[in-house]
Write a protein that binds this ligand. Structure first.
Ligand code: NDP
Length: 281
C-alpha cells in the first residue's frame, strides 16, 4: 500500500508536534501516512514546496515563518486564507497548490467545544498583530465577540491588522503603554511570540475581571509567563495553545483525508506530558 505523502514545512521545525499528531490521527482510520518535517531554512519555502510536489507530496502544513509567504505559492486560496493573507494548509490540486488556514477555526473549536466558552459579546483584548493574531481575529469577530482591542509592540502592525479587519466601529488599536487605562476584558488572547525570544509583554492586573478568560496561543514553556500572570490577576479561565494546535491539525487532516479525527485522545496524551497546572505555577 502506498502511503499518502504529507509534510510540515517551516524553520526551525525540530520540536514540532505535528508529525506525531497527524500519525496518531492516521492510526485512527488505518491510513498509511508519510508525514515529514521539512526544515526549509530561512528562505527556502519555494524550493521545498517544489521538491515536495515533485516527490508526490499531497498535503502540506506551513508554519513559522512561512504562513504569509505560502499564499504566493498557491494557485487558489480559500476565502479565509485570502482575507487573512496567510495559509497553514496546502493541498495539491492538479498541478498547483490550494491554500487554506485552519488556525482560526482550530482556536474556536478548542475554546467552544473543549473549554465550553461562550464568546458572544465578550469585550476582547488581542495582544500581538502577526500572522496568528490575524488568523484568529476574523474568526473571533465572526463568532460574535464584542468590541475588539488590538495592542502590539509595533503600533503600525496593529493599525494594519485593524484596517484589514474592516470593522472600525468594533475594532480599535491601543498602545501597550495604555493597557492600564483600558478597563477589564472578558477575553484576553496572547498572540505574541515574545516568550519565544525570552521576553514577555508586561500586563497590569487591572485588565482581568472575575469572568475573564486568558488564552495563550503558545503552549509549553512559552506559555508559562502569560498564564502565571493570568492566575495572579484572578482570571477565571486559563487556556494555552495546545488544544488549538491539535484542532487545527484535525481540520487539516479532514481536508486532506476526508475524515474528521477524534482529537480528545490525542489532546489528552499531549496534555498529560504538559500539565497546565505546572505551566501556570
Ligand atoms: P509572527 O512572527 O507573525 O508575530 C509575532 C507577534 O509577536 C508580533 O505581533 C510581534 O510584534 C510580537 N512580538 C514578538 N516579540 C515580541 C516581544 N519581545 N515583545 C512584544 N511583542 C513581541 O508570529 P505568529 O503570529 O505566527 O505567532 C505568534 C505566536 O503564536 C507564536 O509563538 C506561535 O508559536 C503561536 N502560534 C500557535 C499556534 C497554535 O496552534 N497553538 C498557531 C499559530 C501560532 P511586532 O509586530 O512588534 O513584531
Amino acid at each position: 500500500m502506498h502511503a499518502v505523502r504529507c509534510a510540515l514545512i517551516g524553520h526551525p521545525i525540530a520540536h514540532s508536534l505535528s508529525p506525531r499528531i497527524h500519525q496518531a490521527f492516521a492510526r485512527q482510520i488505518g491510513l498509511a501516512l508519510a508525514y515529514d518535517a521539512i526544515d526549509a531554512g530561512p528562505d527556502g519555502l519555494g524550493h521545498a514546496l517544489h521538491a515536495f510536489a515533485a516527490a508526490g507530496g499531497f498535503g502540506c502544513n506551513i508554519t513559522l515563518p512561512f504562513k504569509q509567504a505560502a499564499t504566493v505559492h498557491c494557485d487558489t486560496l480559500s476565502e479565509r486564507a485570502r482575507r487573512i493573507g496567510a495559509a497553514n494548509t496546502l493541498t495539491r490540486r492538479g498541478h498547483g497548490w490550494h491554500g487554506d488556514s485552519t488556525d482560526g477555526p482550530g482556536l474556536l473549536t478548542d475554546l467552544g467545544d473543549r473549554h465550553g466558552l461562550d464568546l458572544r459579546a465578550r469585550r476582547t483584548l488581542l495582544l500581538g498583530a502577526g500572522g496568528a493574531a490575524a488568523s484568529v481575529a476574523f474568526d473571533l469577530l465572526d463568532a460574535g465577540i464584542g468590541e475588539l482591542t488590538i495592542a502590539n509592540r509595533t503600533p503600525a502592525h496593529a493599525d494594519a491588522l485593524a484596517d484589514r479587519l474592516g470593522q472600525p466601529g468594533r475594532v480599535h488599536t491601543r498602545y501597550l503603554a495604555d493597557l492600564p487605562d483600558l478597563g477589564t476584558f472578558d477575553l484576553i488572547i496572547n498572540a505574541t511570540s515574545a516568550a519565544r525570544s525570552g521576553g514577555n509583554v508586561t500586563l497590569p492586573a487591572a485588565l482581568a475581571g472575575p469572568r475573564t478568560a486568558a488564552v495563550d496561543l503558545n503552549y509549553g514553556e512559552a506559555a508559562i509567563g502569560f498564564l502565571a500572570w493570568a492566575r495572579s490577576a484572578g482570571c477565571r479561565d486559563m487556556i494555552d495553545g495546545l488544544g488549538m494546535l491539535v484542532e487545527q491539525a484535525a481540520l487539516s487532516f479532514a481536508a486532506w483525508h476526508g475524515s474528521r479525527p477524534d482529537t480528545s485522545v490525542v489532546y489528552a496524551e499531549l496534555r498529560a506530558e504538559r500539565p497546565l497546572e505546572a505551566t501556570a505555577d
